[in-house]
Design a protein around this ligand. Structure first.
Ligand code: GAR
Length: 222
């Protein structure tokens, strides 16, 4: 595949950046028709910036604390993305709400990963919320970003069982394993032009429907 065809990505991350790493690795293996052209963080200490630098990816640290308003911060991010001619904005643990001008600048070109089965448990600390609620299954969701919090059209979800002795950390780790699979997959579908959004249904041309089901605790028939 020629360089010309590759989708120009920016990954926005506030934390450790394991999702970023999964995308870097997939690009390195030649399995993604995409180039990570830029990594942006609002947090100067983000491990994601280190991971990008180590791989030779351009980084920008835009510290939200240095701006008077969300809009001013978002304007700086938008300008940086536009200058780099970014075609898809990938939020990977980016702990900032996206403002309306940001959405207008990249219509249906911003995606997010969230560590729950949306619409259950939007927001923060969602692994602990799933444990506190007593849910038996959780998982992760890749979705387009709209003007709500974790409400945009769903592209793909993965399910994981919750164990009786799970801590927030053990559940988060089990969910992250699945995040690292479905996020690169969703990006590849977008790069291949296979995704269309009709109302809020995301149609994936040739997307195979999983035959797997999960009962937790498992039933004797499984
Ligand atoms: C991931 O679990 C991601 O789903 C979550 O933050 C973590 C980032 O991990 N995102 C959100 O909670 C967004 N609301 P990472 O920095 O190792 O990729």
């Amino acid at each position: 595949m020629s360089e010309k065809q590759k989708l120009r990505l920016a990954v926005l991350a506030s934390g450790g950046g394991t999702n970023l790493q999964s995308i870097i690795d997939r690009c390195g293996q030649g399995l993604l028709d995409a180039d990570i052209c830029l990594v942006i963080s609002n947090n100067p200490g983000a491990g994601a910036l280190e991971r990008a630098t180590r791989t030779g990816i351009k980084t920008a640290c835009i510290n939200h604390r240095e701006f008077d308003s969300r809009e001013d911060f978002d304007q700086a991010v938008i300008a940086t993305l536009q200058e780099a001619k970014i075609e898809l904005v990938v939020l990977a643990g980016f702990m900032r709400i996206i403002s309306a001008p940001f959405l207008r600048a990249f219509p249906q070109k911003i995606i997010n990963i969230h560590p729950s089965l949306l619409p259950s448990f939007p927001g923060l600390h969602v692994q602990q919320k799933a444990l506190d609620y007593g849910a038996k299954i959780s998982g992760c969701t890749v979705h387009f970003v709209d003007d709500g919090v974790d409400t945009g059209p769903i592209i793909v979800q993965a399910v994981v069982p919750i164990h009786p002795d799970d801590s927030e950390e053990s559940l988060a780790a089990r969910i992250l394993e699945q995040e690292h699979k479905i996020y690169p997959q969703a990006i590849q579908w977008i790069a291949e032009g296979r995704i269309k959004v009709v109302n809020r249904q995301v149609k994936i041309a040739g997307g195979e429907i999983s035959a797997a089901t999960l009962t937790n605790p498992s039933s004797p028939d499984e």
